[in-house]
Design a protein around this ligand. Structure first.
Ligand code: IVH
Length: 656
């Protein structure tokens, strides 16, 4: 068989197998067989790109692309767990239980930090998988769950099961995924839980598959067994993945011992956990104890405090932002905390360093609450050597200009408008996702192009193709990457006005205000002609912002920049939706929590704003409505406490 024919043959086989697997629920190849055929195809296509076919599975994002997740009603509702945060609360939980049912055994389990899933097996065959949703109705994620390697499609016994567990992402997968996203200039996932949730909610199963998710099962809501520990044994026996660290404890002292052990040994685990789940072992006792509307009374989650480690503060270096703002950063001896290696942490400003009395050479406590951003908590005074008080810089580290205090007096600023650091950061800001969104023109590329003199001003971005021959000579830049870059630069000319307004870097104007202005003025000329009074009259535009806008458009350099951009063909009009008054939304303040299945956060925000509502970050008595999706956070509890109107997914849908 010649090469061309073999490629066609591989493409057909793989596409067929994909359809059988994802669409017809009928896997025809093992994972290994599939991977080795795919591997062969990738290699052949690399060597003979001229034979690559349009329908090759290597160039498609995926095979099953569904538009929306269907709903599944859980045969038995899915409960969440009440939280406790210290040993005393664990003891009172146990005491309360033992007062009711007498002395009891408990099962302690690691609390996996992922997202809850409910699986249905009938006669030992995997039927479906659903998210928790509102506890009653979840989303059908069957196809995506099928891509999880440890999921058995057939159990070792022909039984019917409704079984609950957790989908999660281990640390090495998470770090690899974020490394790749960083390279591709995509936003990073904050933590493995978000990454797992984002991966399972992919409309394209092939993307989920590539994310290498894991799963552990830990609960049968309906069982004839007499203890929870037997449940775990049954799950294991039938071939379902369970956690090997679960322990049957005979007393609350053993429970505390388990908690203390994992408080210390948690960093050794390759996957994220955020606490310990303590469950009454006897199922009869569980039934006796029952549940509240939200939580079972027979189980509780002990949540770990944020993870802390000690490392050395090797240096403090200051960076210069686009507005000239100086930010001191801690350079740390690399240390592992909550699954990732920390080398840097922001120290915000001189006051932060002074209040904590952080000194170069100190040992410091670093805290990470599971998220990517670490915090320097305090110096370890017991280990302080001969170190001197930190002296904040008074000259710009880049251009050596004398620094000046900001209006708030908290920060220091480099006032030099032509400071190279300010200029590069302004250019980076222009091409960022929330601004002109020029894909492929990331931070380090912009720095390279600035240093090489290819891009010194915003308009230079649109003349970058003049340097194509020089760019191709550089390491890591080929014809293809130049093509892509030129294409995304060209595409950015079509953006709606608010992106440009945000990108220009007018002090105090972020995307939100930019959108407000773009919507109101419709094109840049109207905005440039707006008076201070007129701007100040707009709700949410205070005197400082109004002044900044007027001053910006008065400056001849900025007027020239706008004119040049117009000549280049950059769009200067608002292309988004106009505001249409709507009684359910206009004038109301909304808070979002959890995941809404049929819309992204940005889409929901846009929908609310185009109906005259506003989305705010936290719940207070001034909040009008809280929209609650899957796996809501503490905002939901607060809304209940404050008696604020709640819209679940169905209600929200009905009011669109
Ligand atoms: S038992 C009725 N066991 O934590 C009992 N939950 O904060 C249902 N979780 O919704 C839950 N590890 O998503 C249980 N070993 C474990 C768990 C666990 C993680 C999650 C689960 C639950 C949430 C509550």
């Amino acid at each position: 068989m010649d090469i061309k024919e073999r490629i066609k043959n591989l493409v057909d086989q793989l596409n067929e197998a994909n359809i059988e697997y994802y669409v017809n629920d009928n896997p025809t190849l093992t994972d290994n067989e599939f991977d080795s055929l795919l591997d062969e195809l990738i290699k052949l296509e690399e060597k003979y790109p001229e034979y690559k076919l349009d329908n090759s599975p290597t160039s498609k994002v995926g095979t099953t692309v569904i538009s929306e997740f269907n709903k599944i009603t859980h045969p038995t509702p899915m409960f969440s767990l009440g939280d406790v945060f210290n040993e005393d609360e664990v003891i009172s939980f146990c005491n309360k239980i033992e007062k009711e049912i007498g002395k009891t055994k408990y099962v302690c389990e690691l609390k996996m930090d992922g997202l809850a899933v409910s699986l249905i097996y009938k006669g030992g065959k995997f039927i479906s998988a659903a998210t928790r949703g509102d506890g009653r109705v979840g989303e059908d994620i069957t196809n995506n769950v099928k891509t999880i390697k440890s999921l058995p499609l057939t159990l070792k016994e022909d039984i019917d099961l409704e079984v609950r567990g957790e989908i999660y992402m281990d640390f090495s997968t998470f770090n690899k995924l974020n490394d790749e996203r960083k390279k591709d200039d995509l936003p990073l996932f904050q933590n493995p839980r978000n990454a797992a949730a984002g991966s399972i909610r992919q409309l394209d199963s092939a993307v989920t598959k590539s994310r290498n998710l894991s799963m552990l099962l830990y609960h049968l809501p309906n069982t004839n067994l007499s203890t929870h520990y037997e449940t775990l044994e049954l799950l294991k026996r039938v071939g379902l993945p369970t956690n090997e660290n679960s322990k049957l404890c005979s007393s609350k002292d053993e429970v505390l011992e388990f908690i203390r052990y994992w408080n210390v040994h948690r960093p050794e685990l390759p996957y994220p956990i955020d606490g310990i789940v303590i469950k009454v072992n006897s199922i009869a006792s569980q039934k006796l104890l029952g549940s509240t509307a939200k939580y079972p009374r027979w189980a509780i989650a002990y949540k770990f405090p944020a993870e802390e480690v000690i490392t050395k503060l090797d240096d403090i270096i200051c960076t210069v932002g686009r507005t000239g703002q100086i930010t001191p950063n801690a350079v740390l001896e690399p240390v592992k905390v909550a699954g990732s290696t920390i080398r840097r942490a922001t120290l915000h400003n001189a006051k932060y360093i002074e209040d904590k009395d952080l000194r170069i050479g100190d040992y410091v406590v670093i805290r990470k609450a599971g998220d990517v951003i670490p915090e320097v908590v305090k110096p370890v005074l017991e280990r302080r050597g001969n170190v001197s008080k930190y002296q904040m810089i008074d000259k710009c580290p880049i251009c050596n200009t004398q620094l000046v205090p900001s209006t708030s007096k908290i920060d220091l600023l480099c006032p030099n408008e032509i400071c190279p650091a300010r200029k590069v950061n302004a250019l980076i800001h222009f091409s960022e996702r929330d601004a002109m969104n020029i894909e492929g023109l990331g931070d380090s590329m912009m720095e390279d192009f600035y240093n090489l003199g290819f891009i010194k001003t915003i308009t230079d971005i649109y003349k970058l193709k003049d340097h194509r021959n020089e760019i191709i000579e550089l390491e890591g830049y080929g014809n293809k990457s130049c093509d892509n870059l030129e294409m995304s630069i060209e595409k950015s000319k079509e953006n709606s006005l608010e992106r440009l307004l945000n990108g220009l870097g007018i002090p105090g104007i972020g995307l939100k205000t930019a959108r407000l202005l773009a919507r109101k003025y419709e094109n840049i000329d109207n905005l440039m002609n707006a008076s201070y009074d007129e701007l100040h009259d707009i709700k949410d535009i205070g005197p400082i912002l109004a002044e900044n806008i007027v001053n910006y458009f008065k400056d001849i350099n900025n007027i020239n920049l706008i004119n040049e951009l117009k000549l280049i063909g950059v769009n200067m009009t608002f292309k988004g939706e106009k505001i249409v008054q709507n009684d359910n939304y206009t004038g109301k303040k909304f808070v979002l929590t959890g995941t809404i299945s049929f819309m992204t956060r940005d889409e929901i925000k846009n929908l609310i704003e185009t109906r005259g509502g506003e989305v705010i970050g936290s719940v207070s008595k001034n909040t009008d409505v809280v929209i609650v999706g899957d796996s809501p956070g503490s905002k939901y509890d607060k809304a209940l406490k404050l008696n604020i109107e709640i819209w679940d997914e169905d209600k929200f849908k009905s009011l669109i």
